[in-house]
Design a protein around this ligand. Structure first.
Ligand SMILES: Cc1cc2nc3c(=O)[nH]c(=O)nc-3n(C[C@H](O)[C@H](O)[C@H](O)COP(=O)(O)O)c2cc1C
Length: 487
């Protein structure tokens, strides 16, 4: 999505009367009394957050951005000081089907365990969907890095389906979130490979697994607690067993956080809610949150992404409050609140007044704020004005990883520096290389065009460079543009 389209309007300041009283540089240095420093008693990251994610050492992070925030973008952001990233929203059903939703977000293979390599941590995997059981199975799959066969996760999701539900699912299509018919990636057959699962009859036993990884896993689990690895899978019990992950830096998990998307405004599928549409149906939203929290091993924090409401009616405002309160009371570690409504999509300003009031009413909770963070000063304006624990940087970091470096410079008391043309070249080169590692040259060339046209905002002859990035077909073209325009 471009910044301006039918669903989005050009950058405007957020609704935040009085925000001009906050001097971003003084807020960053902790020299101005404000909601952020007042709340913490010091200019630092909330200790509760550091306990959950020890290396989350600055009050900002890179948001989930469908179509952008893959491992390549995340690694570039991290190299510029971003302490935490979120994947793009991955559809539960795609994940369970073993589809592209998972692997495209990864630099390595699914079974390689570490998203985007060791550099790509800490990382939240964001999932989105329409059904509590599918969401739970998908959450468990990503928490475990898919180290059991796909059949195992499908069984968790589908073993209690009725014949009618199976038939209905067979008629539905799989598509990445937000994309149209052209990007359809297939259909799901919920019973594929599972034997007799219809009509609530239950399938075979848990050993009906499809690869060696899974058999090894069951051996390992049995070594810890004899018999458990062969039990009938039941969400909540299987996940309590710890899985060994072969990486010394991140010994217990591959994703540090599982984030549930209840915010995406993209239309419902087959009349079923998903993303932000759940904000109209608080019971269903709460059911999903419960199922996911129960499925994911306790040591992995679960979090939720919300919009401030579905729309501006009092009924929907009350629904938000119910879901928000329920999430924390069932053990969700934080909520990231995008201060626009779902109905608003990306049109018009976000309401920082809403974030400020939410933080005032919930002073002990970790709350992240999102909406209208366009450049580095907005990070500190939002912190100062609202007192959120941290700021989600979204459109403000597309083609601008330097926003993270600048934020750290400001915290250190230095003036933020703009990237030189040579620094831009370096990032453009590295980003393309990483994108090729994730997606291969053809797809990377297409993806990188849309990044290129955002990066040109930093170039003194941006308009001319933009035209050249649009014509890029392969890595040679890309390097050609860099050679001509970036010295
Ligand atoms: C192209 C695009 C893709 C997005 N994809 C996601 C996503 O996958 N997950 C998510 O939680 N938010 C997603 N968002 C929402 C952003 O994370 C953020 O909440 C929103 O853009 C508001 O912040 P901003 O006004 O500073 O951009 C997306 C936004 C855009 C523009």
């Amino acid at each position: 999505m471009s910044v301006t389209s039918n669903n989005a309007t050009p950058p405007t300041p957020a609704i935040a009367p009085g925000v001009e009283e906050y001097d971003p540089s003084r807020v960053a240095r902790g020299e101005q009394d404000c909601a952020w420093t007042g709340r913490l008693g010091q200019r630092d990251v909330d200790a509760k957050l550091r306990e959950l994610v020890p290396t989350f050492d600055a009050p900002f992070f890179q948001a989930g951005l469908a179509g952008y925030s893959d491992a390549a973008m995340r690694i570039i952001a991290r190299r510029h000081g971003c302490p935490f990233c979120v994947t793009e929203a991955l559809l539960d059903r795609t994940l369970i089907a073993g589809g592209r939703g998972f692997t495209k977000a990864d630099l390595g293979e699914l079974h390689d365990n570490i998203p985007g390599g060791v550099e790509d941590h800490p990382l939240a995997c964001q999932i989105m969907g329409s059904d509590a059981k599918e969401m739970a199975a998908a959450a468990l799959k990503v928490a475990e890095q898919g180290r059991r066969g796909d059949k195992f996760y499908r069984k968790l999701a589908y073993k209690d389906l009725t014949i009618e539900q199976i038939e209905e699912m067979r008629t539905q299509h799989l598509r990445p979130p937000g994309e149209g018919k052209g990007t359809q990636i297939g259909r799901i057959d919920p019973t594929e490979g599972l034997g007799d699962v219809g009509g609530g009859g239950g399938g075979g036993d848990c050993c009906e697994v499809e690869d060696e990884t899974c058999e090894t896993l069951i051996d390992e689990v049995n070594a810890i607690e004899p018999g458990i690895g062969n039990r009938e899978p039941r969400i909540g019990s299987i996940s309590e067993t710890r899985l060994p992950i072969p990486d010394s830096r991140f010994p217990t998990m591959s994703f540090e956080v599982i984030d549930v998307n209840l915010a995406c405004p993209v239309k419902k599928i087959s009349k079923k809610a998903r993303g932000g549409h759940w904000l109209q149906e608080p019971d269903g939203a709460i059911e999903i949150l419960e199922a996911v929290r129960e499925a994911v091993p306790r040591e992995i924090p679960c979090t939720v992404k919300l919009r401030r409401s579905f729309n501006d009616t009092p009924e929907m405002a009350a629904a938000f409050e119910r879901i928000f309160d329920a999430a924390y009371s069932m053990g969700y570690s934080w909520a990231t609140v995008h201060a626009r409504t779902v109905q608003q999509k990306y049109i018009g300003p976000s309401r920082w007044t809403f974030l400020r009031d939410l933080v005032r009413r919930n002073p002990d909770k970790i709350i992240f704020g999102s909406g209208d963070v366009w450049e580095v000063h907005d990070i500190f304006r939002m912190l100062g004005y609202t007192g959120v624990t941290g700021v989600s940087v979204a459109r403000g970091c597309i083609g601008n990883p330097w926003i993270f470096r600048q934020a750290r410079q400001m915290i250190a008391g230095d003036a933020p520096t703009a990237p030189t043309v040579i620094e831009q070249r370096d990032v453009l080169e590295k980003h393309f290389e990483l994108a090729m590692a994730v997606q291969g040259e053809d797809v990377a060339s297409r993806t990188m065009r849309k990044f290129g046209i955002r990066f040109v905002a930093h170039h003194p002859r941006g308009e001319e460079v933009r035209r050249e990035f649009i014509g890029v077909e392969n890595v040679g073209d890309w390097r050609g543009v860099l050679g001509r325009w970036y010295g």
